[in-house]
Design a protein around this ligand. Structure first.
Ligand code: FE
Length: 195
C-alpha cells in the first residue's frame, strides 16, 4: 500500500479534556484511516501509486483529490495541536502576525470568523501567501497548496472533529483550540520554512 496512516504525534489521552480519546479513536482511527484506505484503493495499479502525497494532490481532482487532500489535511492538523498548547506565539511568528493582522487579538477574531463561517464541512487556515500571513477557509477537502499558498495552521471544522466533545457548539471548540491546544512551535517552524 503506497500510503499509510501516520501515528498521532501524541498519546490518545494527551488532549483531554479538550479533545477526548473517544474523538481521536474515531477521527484518527476511523475517519483519517478511511481516507488512507480509500486513496490506496483508488490509486492501486495507477501512476499515482508511485507519487508522493503532495504530487497526487496537485495533479488530481474528484475522489482521488478528496481522499489524498484529506489524508494530508488530517496529518497536518494533528501537528497543529498538542498537550498544554495555546497561549501566545513568540518570535518571528508573533512579529509576522502583528505586522499582517495588526495584533494577535485581531488574528484570533479573523481566524475564529473563518472557522465559524465555513458553511458545512471544511477547514480554516493561517497561510503564507505572497510574503504575507492570511486567514482563509476551504470547503470539504480543499487546501492551501492547491491555491499556491503555504499552510501554517489549520483547524478541522468538519462535525466529526468536535461533535463528540462539543456537540453543535463549533464556537466553543474553536475558542478552546486557540486557547488550549494550538502548537505554536509547529506553526513557527512552518513559517520559517516558507519565508
Ligand atoms: Fe477531520
Amino acid at each position: 500500500m503506497p500510503f499509510s496512516l501516520p501515528d498521532l504525534p501524541f498519546e490518545k489521552t494527551a488532549l483531554e479534556p479538550f479533545i477526548s480519546a473517544e474523538t481521536l479513536d474515531f477521527h484518527h482511527g476511523k475517519h483519517h484511516a478511511t481516507y488512507v484506505n480509500n486513496l490506496n484503493g483508488l490509486v492501486a495499479g495507477k501512476p499515482e501509486a508511485s507519487m508522493t502525497l503532495e504530487q497526487v494532490i496537485m495533479s488530481s481532482d474528484g475522489a482521488v483529490f478528496n481522499n489524498a487532500a484529506q489524508v494530508w489535511n488530517h496529518t497536518f492538523y494533528w501537528h497543529c495541536v498538542k498537550k498544554d498548547g495555546g497561549g501566545l506565539p513568540t518570535g518571528a511568528l508573533a512579529e509576522a502576525i502583528d505586522r499582517d493582522f495588526g495584533s494577535f487579538d485581531a488574528f484570533v477574531k479573523e481566524f475564529t470568523a473563518a472557522a465559524l463561517g465555513q458553511f458545512g464541512s471544511g477547514w480554516a487556515w493561517l497561510v503564507f501567501d505572497n510574503g504575507k500571513l492570511k486567514v482563509t477557509k476551504t470547503a470539504n477537502a480543499d487546501l492551501p497548496m492547491k491555491h499556491g499558498q503555504v499552510a501554517l495552521l489549520t483547524i478541522d471544522v468538519w462535525e466529526h472533529a468536535y461533535y463528540v466533545d462539543y456537540r453543535n457548539a463549533r464556537g466553543k471548540y474553536i475558542e478552546t483550540f486557540l486557547a488550549k491546544l494550538v502548537n505554536w512551535d509547529f506553526v513557527a517552524a512552518n513559517l520559517a520554512k516558507a519565508v
